[in-house]
Every structure is written in C-alpha cells, then in structure tokens.
Write a protein that binds this ligand. Structure first.
Ligand code: PBG
Length: 331
C-alpha cells in the first residue's frame, strides 16, 4: 500500500486548519526583556552592536519598563553598568549601587512586572571577570577565587532582594553558588524569592555584543575556566542536577540557538521550568542581515523564538521581547 499522499497535507490546507493542530504556541507569557541601566539622568544611549537596545539612566529605564508592562510582558532582567569598577566589584552589593537604585525606582512606578536581576561580578570588577581574582603565589597565574566570590554573590543577591527584586539569576558559574545564595536569602527572611540559575552557560562567541553593551570584556584571559565547553552535553545535565539539588527553581541554558539539543535534554530529564537565553550575538546577526535586506527580521525572529520554545524552553530571555510582544498582539 502506497503512502496516502494527502494524509499529512490535509491538515495544512489553510491557516485555521494549521492553527487547530499547532503543537507549539509562542506567547507574550514566555518573554523576558533584558535591560541595561547606568548612572546619570536623561540618558538613553544606543548600543551600536545591538540595534534597538540602550544603556539607560534610571529615569529613562522606568519609562521603558512601564511600556513593557503595558504590553503585558511578564518580566525584565536588569544588567548594571556602574561608573566605578574595582577589584571587589563593590557597586554590585552597595545599597547605593546602580541596580539597587533602579529596582527601587521601578517598584514605585510599575508593580505589575517581575524584576529579575543578573547576579554576577563581571560588570562591576575592574578586570571584568565574574568573581574575585587572586594571583597564585607559586605559579604567578591569576584565577578566580571560588569561595571568596560566593560571599560576594550572596551579598549581591541579598542586596538586590532588599531593594525589591522578585527573582535573582546568578550567571557566574561558580561552584556552589546556588546553595550559598539560597542559604543567604533564607537567613535574611527571603525564603519566598526564587532563584533562576544560569546552569548550563557555555563559553560562547555569541556574547560579543553584550560585552560591548555591558562594558564587561575581561581585561585578561577568558572565561573558559568557569564556563562550559561547547562540545559537552552530559556536563550540562550534571550542572543542572547540581543546581536543582542546591535549590534552583528555574534552570537556564545559554546561549539558546546552538544549544537547542541541551534545552530539550534538560526539559525531558528534569521536567523543571527551563529558561533559555537568546543572547546578544544571536540577535545581532539577524539585525545585521535584516539591515542589509537579506532576511525578514520579524519572520526570522518569530521563527527563532518558536524554535526555542519548541525545544522545551518555558521562558525566553530575548532582546526581541518588546518587538515580539507587539508582533504577537497584532497577529
Ligand atoms: C554575565 C552575563 C553575560 C551575559 C549575560 N550575563 C556575559 C558573559 O557571560 O560574558 C550575556 C548575554 C548576552 O550575550 O546577551 N553577567
């Protein structure tokens, strides 16, 4: 018996037919918008490598967050660009820090959108590494001091939550950070605050535009001693298992596009809420090609986001969140 030719095509006949049998639904509910905040007033400075994204002072940031709230986007994630960076990354956990000020201002004006904070030292340290760097007396090599860094990350998380953050998202990849942050939050009466852990964070070339945006390119060396090797998949499962054991409520894969298999494996194995970070380089390559007229940005962006969703992500952190919210509304 031959394969009945119309068997599959019958269900693709027209848009209503396709709608009825659609397996994946991309929704505004899935989107989280990353935003960059810096000191000053009245500043909305375009980020050249990420068209449509800005470094904003707190006043401009609040205006933007109100727009995102109005569009129905459920959450934002904040990245800080402090004026002063030092070896201890002290702006990261100062009450007067840029993120702390931003959260307080947002919470006054927009209560119906979740504020997630990226917890890491790289934007605050003078050398741009994700933690406290120590020189090994014997070898003369510099390395990130894991335990010292954990203390700083706990301080940073607690201070974000004191300012009003709804979720903390540690992105540094130090060992034991989720457990340390969970304990630190609990001790301070913040048992109700979830942790979104960047669990499978690969050492990736796709972060290039972000590092320009956040001014966080390491001054020496790279991050391959603490970020994952792109060749590995089983290792991601081990990282996720550890983070869940330590108390992560949401686990993240980053970047998304070259790692869709990892998203799927994690979703299938752990059945946990999974976030995927559609990172700066994934966004900027599409923007650049669209500017040249080589591809249709809206079509490609929605296809990418749908692909990430289909791979198993519940949440997508994406620089297209604002545009996609509008595209999905007017569909
Ligand atoms: C670290 C952090 C980075 C990104 C998010 N959090 C940069 C890095 O690891 O170098 C990158 C996000 C992107 O490229 O969009 N704080």
């Amino acid at each position: 018996m031959g394969f009945p030719e119309h068997r599959l095509r019958r269900l693709r006949k027209n848009e209503n037919m396709r709608r009825m049998v659609r397996e994946t639904h991309l929704s505004i509910d899935n989107l989280i918008m990353p935003l960059f905040v810096r000191p000053g007033k009245g500043i909305k400075q375009p980020i050249p490598s990420m068209p449509g994204n800005y470094q904003m002072s707190v006043d401009k940031l609040v205006e933007e967050v109100k727009i995102l709230e109005g569009l129905g986007i459920p959450g934002i994630i904040l990245f800080g660009i402090p004026d002063k960076k030092d070896e201890m990354g002290s702006d990261a956990y100062s009450e007067e820090g840029i993120i702390q000020k931003a959260i307080i201002a947002i919470k006054k004006e927009a209560q119906n959108i979740l504020v997630i904070t990226d917890v890491c030292m790289c934007e605050y340290t003078s050398h741009g590494h994700c933690g406290f760097v120590r020189r090994d007396e014997k070898t003369g090599h510099f390395d990130v001091d894991n335990d010292m860094t954990l203390e700083l990350l706990v301080k940073e998380s607690v201070s974000h939550v004191k300012a009003g953050a709804d979720i903390v998202a540690p992105s540094d990849m130090m060992d034991g950070r989720v457990g340390a942050i969970r304990d630190g939050l609990d001790e301070n009466g913040f048992e109700h605050i979830p942790i979104m852990a960047y669990s499978a964070k690969y050492s990736s070339g796709f972060y290039g535009p972000f590092r320009e945006a956040a001014e966080s390119t390491p001054g020496f060396g790279d991050r391959s001693s603490y970020q994952m090797d792109p060749h590995n998949a089983n290792e991601a499962l081990r990282e996720v298992a550890l983070d869940i054991e330590e108390g992560a409520d949401i686990v993240m894969v980053k970047p998304a596009l070259a790692y869709l298999d990892i998203i799927r494996m994690i979703k299938d194995k752990f059945n946990y809420p999974v976030a995927a970070y559609n990172v700066s380089g994934e966004f900027s390559v599409v923007k650049a090609a669209a500017e040249k007229g080589w591809i249709d940005e809206k079509r490609v962006a929605l296809e990418i986001l749908t692909g990430i969703k289909r791979a198993g992500a519940d949440m997508i952190l994406t620089y297209w969140a604002k545009d996609a919210a509008q595209w999905l509304k007017n569909k």
